[in-house]
Design a protein around this ligand. Structure first.
Ligand SMILES: CSCCC(=O)C(=O)COP(=O)(O)O
Ligand SMILES: [Mg+2]
Length: 260
């Protein structure tokens, strides 16, 4: 088995979700289709609620920023008389589907998705999948004194749903904290500085595990240690990326000197 030694200065392990703890197939084949199939009905049912109105406002603001993009779908402002409700809902549905067709990671899209998944997880209609090495490894790291945080484009609320309703049961207690795109995008190095500052450590105390080399590169630029996680179904890496990055195919390949 390949073993990757974790530098002694590392006290925090920061985990991506999709492609790292959780198969991309679970996100693409279960979580995302649920949104496409249910978004219209969800908006019709919850439209009058404050939370739904906040989600729509955020999506409208995002749509304004996206107006220059090819194929962007605008969300008109409401006239307030209610006549245009079905048109408005359709515009939101079209905008959400357009964003999802590009796998965009906007905070607006992720917030609505999190709210929609809440009901499905609570009703037991979905259970989140984790690779089999994840839970045993995280338990071991924590026993060795590591802190474990999550940084995903999925909203913090969605992250908690996944960890709270997994095929391994409720594993939320294994996580010391969560970050999403509200702290910044995962391909921006500043986000990793802000995460370190929020945790109260230096960036070089963090080891970030992700499947996306653009994210690894941004983290590394902030002096965070990184390893790229290679899982079944993940996008392939170039030969240069395979040479440059430390690669692991299972969390069990990480060796913590403190746990020896
Ligand atoms: C944690 S919510 C479901 C996954 C999701 O919506 C997503 O965008 C995952 O992105 P990640 O940063 O975990 O690769
Ligand atoms: Mg990922």
């Amino acid at each position: 088995m390949v073993v990757l030694s974790v530098p002694a200065e590392v006290t925090v392990i920061l985990l991506d979700i999709e492609g790292t703890t959780t198969p991309i197939a679970f996100v693409k084949d279960i979580l995302f289709p649920y949104i496409r199939e249910n978004v219209k009905e969800y908006l019709q049912t919850h439209w009058e609620e404050e939370e739904c109105q906040q989600d729509v406002s955020l999506l409208r603001k995002q749509a304004e920023e996206d107006a220059h993009l090819d194929g962007a779908v605008p969300i008109p402002a409401s006239s307030g008389n209610g006549d245009d409700l079905q048109q408005m809902i359709q515009a939101v549905v079209d905008n959400v589907c357009w964003q999802m067709s590009l796998d965009r990671k906007t905070t607006a899209l992720k917030q609505l998705q999190g709210h929609m998944w809440r009901a499905a997880f609570a009703a037991g209609r979905m259970k989140a999948e984790f690779f089999e090495d994840v839970v045993p490894a995280v338990r071991k790291w924590r026993e060795a004194g590591m802190k474990v945080y999550i940084y995903s484009s999925g909203s913090v609320e969605a992250q908690k749903l996944l960890f709270g309703h997994s095929t391994e049961g409720d594993i939320l207690e294994l996580v010391d904290g969560h970050f999403d795109t509200k702290i910044g995008h995962k391909v921006e190095s500043e986000s990793y500085r802000k995460i370190a500052s929020s945790i109260g450590c230096s960036t070089n105390n963090i080891l970030f595990l992700t499947d996306v080399t653009l994210e690894a590169s941004a983290a590394e630029e902030a002096d965070v240690h990184v390893a790229v996680v290679v899982r079944p179904g993940n996008a392939g890496l170039t030969d240069d990326e395979k040479t440059y990055y430390s690669l692991i195919t299972s969390f069990s390949e990480l060796y913590l000197p403190s746990s020896a």
